[in-house]
Write a protein of this length. Structure first.
Length: 225
């Protein structure tokens, strides 16, 4: 049996991302979100258009996508109802948000310098993706009540950092999915991944053929060249 329902949100389960960006005064901002998906080395990030993080990214063209594991869940939750905006926008006041200037200190996390962009990485996150803005896309533009309130930002990953403990043995440029345990949000609740449930036919395709610079380049990387 299936029933027709009208849920307020459709967050069926996506990885949590801590997005670091740069404020107008040069200080770092850090914000958790989970409306993110990847295709190749590009990523789409969904935000409320009036939030501090998308405004920072649109102004500077840069951000870092820090992916926490389940071990960092408490730090992520400490940022859940904070904002870098001051004053706090009315709609966030209604949801219990408060303005916090130093998000890293609030979360108990450590900023470390990026290599190709200005915003810092989060030292505790096992995966850190330096990214540059390549596109802006309005969302719900056909809905008069929500037009201009949502934005999707497309970013290109320019440098990938990964904890050595996650690397696949014998493959210098691969992450071992058996070791990676991302923090996942589903309907505003935190979850982790369970064990593998079934072998994947897609996993039989050599991973290097998906490299955005081409199969030959990917093969060279796979060989450690």
């Amino acid at each position: 049996m299936h029933s027709h329902i009208d849920p307020a949100i459709l967050y069926f389960g996506t990885p949590v991302v801590l997005v670091s960006s740069t404020n107008e005064d040069g200080s770092p901002n850090l914000a958790p979100m989970s409306s993110a998906w990847w295709l190749g080395h590009n990523c789409m990030l969904g935000f409320g258009a009036r939030s501090k993080t998308p405004l920072n990214i649109l102004r500077t063209g840069e951000c870092v996508l820090n992916l926490p594991s389940v071990r960092e869940v408490a730090a992520v939750d400490r940022l859940a109802r904070t904002t870098g905006s001051d004053p706090v926008p009315p709609h966030k006041v209604a949801m219990g948000y408060r303005s916090v200037k130093d998000k890293f200190a609030e979360a108990g996390l450590t900023p470390v310098a990026s290599m190709e962009i200005s915003p810092p990485r989060v030292a505790e996150c096992p995966v850190q993706l330096e990214a540059k803005l390549v596109g802006r896309h309005g969302m719900a533009e056909d809905d008069p009540e929500r037009r201009g309130r949502l934005v999707a930002l497309e970013v290109h990953i320019v440098r990938v950092w990964v904890a050595d403990e996650l690397r696949m043995a014998g493959a210098p440029n691969r992450i071992d999915p058996q070791k990676w345990r991302p923090l996942v949000m589903s309907f505003c609740q935190f979850f982790g991944l369970g064990p593998q449930v079934h072998p994947s036919a897609l996993a039989q395709i050599p991973e290097h053929v998906y490299h955005p610079k081409g199969a030959a380049h990917g093969l060279a990387l796979a060989r450690g060249a």
